[in-house]
Design a binder for this molecule. Structure first.
Ligand code: SF4
Length: 240
């Protein structure tokens, strides 16, 4: 059972308020599921622009992902550097590809497009190095476009402050809680949009250290769970 600390709004009104500020977020540049899995692995604790650049270099060096099976850490690390934990990721990638080939006999995750989402999530999370965020990324951000919310650190923080998920608890609990609250009619596009809106909000106004609550479109409905008055960014208004 998931306990919500507050109920300031549903996900749909939250989405609508953020969309009015940040604009609609539509899926574009979607990768095939295997490429998204590799991209998501590179993205862990890494800025998007850094992980995208690393992904593009990796793709250029290994146009056939299967060739990663034989890549060594020494070969991969300089290609993906400076992603965070480049050494670990350079070790993990060939193992991940090897496990995929062993499990499926080919490098193809298209079968997950028709599995129930919970089962697809569980299957992905049994892969080495794959947690709830990467699993949801593969299902939602790729061309599969499935019904799963990617809960990264920004999404988790904003959802917690809004009272949409527990004050404590890990990403898995946040994922489960937010998915439970999602309107049943929502499809992959709505989850995709909510992810990018919450993430964009977390990167711009609802930042880790100094949320700018005075400027926030959710100010009136947000209980600001865990945000102290001292922590709020001081917004100074200048008269024209
Ligand atoms: S009111 Fe403050 S804590 Fe709440 S979502 Fe906005 S910036 Fe974040």
């Amino acid at each position: 059972m998931h306990i919500r600390l507050a109920l300031p709004s549903d996900l749909a009104p939250t989405r609508d308020r953020l969309r009015s500020v940040l604009g609609p977020q539509r899926p574009e540049h979607q990768l095939d599921p295997v490429s998204q899995l590799i991209k998501s692995l590179l993205s862990a604790r890494t800025y998007d622009e850094v992980s995208w650049a690393a992904f593009i270099r990796l793709r250029a060096a290994y146009p056939d992902w299967e060739a990663l099976v034989h890549a060594t850490q020494a070969e991969l690390e300089p290609v993906i550097d400076p992603v965070t934990f480049a050494d670990q990721k350079a070790r993990q990638l060939p193992i991940l590809i090897r496990v995929l080939l062993l499990k499926r006999g080919e490098l193809n995750l298209d079968f997950l497009a028709t599995e129930p989402v919970d089962e697809a999530m569980a299957w992905l999370m049994r892969l080495p190095g794959v947690g709830v965020k990467i699993a949801a990324s593969v299902l939602n951000l790729s061309t599969m476009n499935r019904r799963a919310l990617v809960v990264d650190t920004h999404v988790h923080r904003v959802a917690r402050r809004l009272g949409l998920t527990g004050r404590t608890g890990d990403a898995r609990e946040a994922y489960d809680s937010l998915m439970d609250q999602a309107p049943p009619e929502w499809q992959g596009e709505q989850f995709y949009e909510l992810h990018w809106l919450l993430k964009g909000h977390g990167q711009s106004l609802c930042t880790h250290f100094d949320p700018a609550c005075g400027l926030c479109a959710l100010h009136e409905v947000c209980p600001r769970v865990g945000v102290s008055g001292d922590q709020e960014r001081q917004v100074i208004a200048f008269d024209a």
